[in-house]
Design a binder for this molecule. Structure first.
Ligand SMILES: Cc1cc2nc3c(=O)[nH]c(=O)nc-3n(C[C@H](O)[C@H](O)[C@H](O)COP(=O)(O)OP(=O)(O)OC[C@H]3O[C@@H](n4cnc5c(N)ncnc54)[C@H](O)[C@@H]3O)c2cc1C
Length: 497
């Protein structure tokens, strides 16, 4: 019998072609560019900051400029921190979320409004409540109500704003009914920026709660350059026209980036800080700082007053022409949103009433450069000067009365717990809604930018963040910031045609 020859493995001839080299994976979860490389490019638009305003401007410009060859660059002072809104992280619960936020944020001295220096800015921690500003407020702005409605619609679509988060929850529906019948006819399911659409055909919606990281992800469909740990310290201007930006790295090395247009989106404190450090000192830059006054009421929910199944409670009582405050009503307990925490069976639960009161826009409230203190990049730090006016205090009183009325209507009587009074006022700043230090308007003596967000008198220099909002109104500001940033991006696109 003839046996086949033994074939040694080394001599075996493989007929299958070899795969090309090993895959090289990107170093980070988002593509980054070095400042050295960014110095070699002249950008059509350079954006500073990646929070709500910067992310929205980036998304709109990249979407509208598809295939045009226009160059967009982005510089972000902070590092990579979270790749999504913290509420999307499985191990988070509301308590840990808040504690982590305080751990990684930093407030200006004497004003406890913690800022997040990281890719995504404060949208990594915002709770995504996204109401529109009441039309009676917009009527005094340099943008028409009709135009705002258009841009609100665009912003709501890209941010997935929905009223359905707690739809069908017995606790929300019963409470809404009681509120509407007892003095709060406008009470509504809270509008929240959350993607509730089911996953289909392999499209995975892993980032339910919105953050600016989603803007950046959309923008990645077209090329742009992004540097982190890159602090803008000075806008470079020649003969009233922007020519670029001076940026510092953490080792205090300066880089000079060239740009036809610069969009500052470093937020209500960061944007005037850069402008003032650049010697751009309009009378109004840093002035008219506003916010919301923040009242917290605690009510007690007895199960006997509600159905067996509670579900979550998320209600908004919006501000109106005659109501200079809004309420968010959340509960039960800490279950306004949950990941994996098991809800215990309890007879009594706390519900929270969070009031946001309108605050007047006054020249006397402002941010200025600190003559002594400098940050780690060599930029002068800011000082915040803020106090409530008599009118602001009247609104706070009205809000306190309305909390009593709303808790009675809902049959959740107010109570003090754990040393906290039944109704208490947070120190200014903790609302996280500061606005106005580069407010938009037509008159340079009362506004820092024109109606499109361009700094008066300087071509190519724009602001797109909370600081351009002219007056506080009562609504949480971020949806408005995003709508205005998209509008500013459209104006830039029109200008650079
Ligand atoms: C806990 C919490 C809950 C909130 N909940 C809500 C809510 O439910 N609804 C709502 O409407 N709003 C809410 N907010 C507020 C919301 O986060 C802000 O309104 C929004 O993020 C502001 O957007 P912005 O672009 O102005 O600034 P930010 O989002 O703060 O972004 C500013 C960016 O600029 C960067 N930057 C600063 N200086 C420089 C520099 N020199 N160079 C380069 N980059 C710089 C920062 O690192 C940051 O990335 C909440 C905020 C917090 C903290």
């Amino acid at each position: 019998m003839k046996l086949p020859d033994q074939i040694s493995p080394t001599k075996q001839k493989i007929q299958i072609p070899t795969c090309p080299g090993v895959c090289v994976y990107p170093e980070q979860w988002v593509p980054l560019t070095s400042l050295e490389n960014m110095e070699q490019v002249e950008y059509d638009v350079l954006i500073v900051g990646t929070g709500a305003g910067g992310g929205a401007a980036l998304w709109r410009l990249s979407e509208q400029w598809e295939g045009t060859g226009k160059r967009i660059g982005v510089v972000e002072k902070g590092d990579l921190l979270l790749p999504t809104n913290g509420m999307n992280i499985a191990t988070m619960d509301p308590e840990r979320f808040l504690k982590y936020y305080y751990t990684v944020s930093k407030s200006p001295p004497q004003y406890p409004s913690p800022q997040v220096y990281a890719l995504g800015g404060r949208t990594l921690f915002w709770t995504a409540v996204s109401p529109r500003m009441h039309v009676s407020e917009i009527a005094n702005w340099p943008v028409t109500v009709k135009e705002m409605e258009l841009y609100y619609t665009v912003a709501e679509r890209i941010m997935n704003v929905t009223h359905s988060f707690t739809q069908g929850s017995p606790l929300t529906e019963i409470s809404l009914d009681r509120l509407r019948k007892n003095g709060f006819p406008e009470a509504t399911d809270e509008p929240i920026a959350i993607d509730l659409s089911p996953t289909k055909f392999g499209v995975v919606n892993s980032n339910a709660f919105f953050s600016s990281i989603t803007f950046i992800a959309h923008a990645l469909n077209r090329p742009f350059d992004l540097a982190v740990n890159a602090s803008a310290v000075q806008v470079l201007v020649e003969r009233n026209r922007v020519v670029g930006l001076k940026v510092m790295s953490p080792d205090k090395k300066p880089y000079y980036l060239k740009a036809k247009t610069v969009v500052l989106s470093a937020s209500t404190f960061g944007t005037p800080q850069i402008l003032l450090n650049s010697g751009i000192e309009g009378r109004v830059i840093g002035r008219y700082l506003s916010n919301h006054s923040r009242l917290v009421g605690t009510g007690l929910l007895h199960r006997s007053e509600f159905t067996e199944r509670l579900g979550p409670l998320r209600i908004l009582i919006p501000g109106t022409e005659n109501r200079p405050y809004q309420f968010q009503i959340w509960g039960p307990g800490n279950f306004a949103w949950v990941q994996n925490k098991v809800q215990p069976l309890k007879e009594k639960w706390e519900v929270k009433f969070y009031g946001s009161g309108k605050v007047e826009s006054r020249f006397e409230n402002f941010v200025a450069l600190d003559p002594v203190r400098r940050d780690e990049y060599g930029l002068s730090e800011i000082q915040v000067h803020f106090s409530y006016s008599e009118q602001d205090e009247i609104v706070i009183q009205q809000m306190a009365e309305a909390v009593k009325q709303a808790s009675a209507a809902m049959k959740t009587p107010l109570l003090s717990t754990g040393g906290q009074p039944a109704i208490c006022l947070l120190p200014p700043g903790l609302e996280n809604h500061e606005i106005g230090t580069c407010r938009m308007g037509d008159d340079p003596s009362t506004s820092a930018t024109n109606r499109y967000g361009q700094i008066h008198g300087i071509h190519g220099l724009f602001v797109a963040d909370n600081s351009v909002i002219p007056t506080s109104g009562t609504a949480n500001p971020t949806l408005t910031t995003v709508a205005l940033a998209i509008r500013t991006a459209d104006y830039i696109i029109h200008q650079l045609k």
